[in-house]
Every structure is written in structure tokens, then in C-alpha cells.
Design a protein around this ligand. Structure first.
Ligand SMILES: [Fe+2]
Length: 146
């Protein structure tokens, strides 16, 4: 169980970094797609903010200790932060495709581990994230990569 909690804490850290990144992009995106993506990125970071809470509380239900500080998130996360600067649509979309793909892979691995250990509540939670990231990846590709 300890290892599952540890993996959930890495995932939690990634969701927290993703949240910060999405709001950063919401502020700093430039170009003709500004109005559309500015609004869409707000939707995404609001979702990520809710997701942080869901994962942290799942860890608590397992009697684990969720990471809760910015310092620990940056240390544990595998996602990288962008800088404090303006970004283009191309930069945002290609970076987010990589990140959402990585998040989907990570939560699928957590689901598999949870099933092995018969921790079905974590497996069920993972389903929602898999659906969320799959939809986001499909929409981003449909809008900007087809
Ligand atoms: Fe805003």
C-alpha cells in the first residue's frame, strides 16, 4: 500500500504542477487563438484544481499523507514548469499534448497497480482521470493537429 500511496503522491504533484502551468498559459498565451484558448485553459485549470483535491483525499482514505506544499510538488513531479513569459499556441498545444499523454500513462499504471492490490476505489478514481485525459487529448488534436 505504501508504494501505491507514493505513486499517488507523484501523480498528485503532477496534477498540482499541471494546474499552475495551465493558469500560466491562460495568462500568457498570445496570438489569434487567444480568446478560444484563454477560455479553454481556464476550464482546464479549474478541473485540475478539483483533481488535486480528489487525489489528496484518496490518499487520506488510504491512511496516507498527501504532499501539500509547493516545494514537495516540484520535487516529486515529473512534469516541468514553463517560464514566466508569453507563449504561442503551438508551444502550448505541443507541450500540453506531451503532458496529458504522460498523465494518462501514469494514471493507467496506477490503475493497474491498484487492481493488483485489490484497492478498487483507486482503480475507480483512475477511470475518471483516464476518461478526462483521453477527451482532452482528442479535443486538442482535433482542434490543432488535424
Ligand atoms: Fe483569468
Amino acid at each position: 500500500m505504501e508504494q501505491l500511496v507514493q505513486h499517488l503522491n507523484v501523480f498528485l504533484s503532477n496534477v498540482a504542477v499541471l494546474h499552475r502551468k495551465l493558469q500560466n498559459y491562460h495568462w500568457n498565451i498570445t496570438g489569434p487563438h487567444f480568446f478560444t484558448l484563454h477560455k479553454k485553459l481556464e476550464e482546464y485549470y479549474e478541473q485540475a484544481n478539483e483533481d488535486v483535491d480528489v487525489v489528496a483525499e484518496e490518499i487520506l482514505k488510504l491512511q496516507g499523507q498527501p504532499l501539500a506544499t509547493m516545494e514537495s510538488y516540484l520535487k516529486a513531479a515529473t512534469l516541468k514548469e514553463p517560464g514566466n513569459k508569453k507563449v504561442t499556441v503551438e508551444e502550448v498545444v505541443s507541450d500540453l499534448l506531451v503532458d496529458f499523454e504522460a498523465m494518462k500513462k501514469e494514471i493507467i499504471a496506477i490503475k493497474e497497480e491498484a487492481e493488483d492490490k485489490k484497492v478498487y476505489e483507486v482503480s475507480t478514481m483512475a477511470d475518471d482521470f483516464i476518461a478526462e485525459y483521453s477527451k482532452t487529448l482528442w479535443m486538442l488534436r482535433q482542434a490543432y493537429r488535424e
